[in-house]
Write a protein that binds this ligand. Structure first.
Ligand code: NI
Length: 173
């Protein structure tokens, strides 16, 4: 498995809308493995294809507590949310593409999501809590949407300016 480079803001690729997958190829399965490896090494709990510069509708998540539990990775191809609950919950979310940024976001607590799995079978998952939040966050990535879009434009501009400064500092280094 290969660790891939994670794209960070302000790279405009993060704003692209990802394309549906038409066929689960062996290359796609390798990509999913590499995305999991990349996510685990970055201590993340979710990663979308676009974050490793692949504009396909794929995501990986694992919200298990690695200290106490076995890893429980989920790979989703062409995920689609079929149901959102009325009830909402708030989490402070981070993102591997937005270093040192946390945003409190209110989202539906429970969702039902349909997706294609690695065996090319269609599956449905109804879930709540952290897993529901992470899946919604990753699906946002597939539509070019980022956590800073939930901020007021004033706050968003401040964060973008800081991220640009950090990116420049990395380049100069
Ligand atoms: Ni993210």
């Amino acid at each position: 498995m290969t660790k891939l480079e994670i794209i960070t803001m302000p790279d405009p690729i993060l704003r692209k809308t990802s394309e549906s997958v038409t066929h689960v190829s062996s290359d796609l399965l390798v990509l999913l493995d590499d995305m999991l490896e990349t996510m685990y090494r970055a201590s993340g709990i979710g990663l979308a294809g676009i974050q490793v510069a692949v504009p396909k509708r794929v995501l990986v998540v694992d919200v298990s507590d690695h200290e106490k539990e076995c890893p429980s990775p989920i790979c989703m191809i062409n995920p689609e949310i079929l149901y959102f609950s009325e009830r909402k919950g708030v989490y402070e979310e981070g993102c591997l593409s937005l270093p040192e940024t946390r945003v409190e976001i209110e989202r539906p607590s429970e969702i039902t999501v349909s997706y294609i799995d690695r065996d090319e079978s269609v599956r449905e998952l109804t879930t709540s809590g952290l897993l529901s939040t992470v899946i919604q966050h990753e699906i946002n990535h597939l539509d070019g949407k980022l956590i800073i879009d939930y901020l007021s434009s004033l706050k968003r501009d401040i964060v973008i300016r800081r991220l640009k400064k950090m990116a420049r500092a990395r380049e100069d280094f």
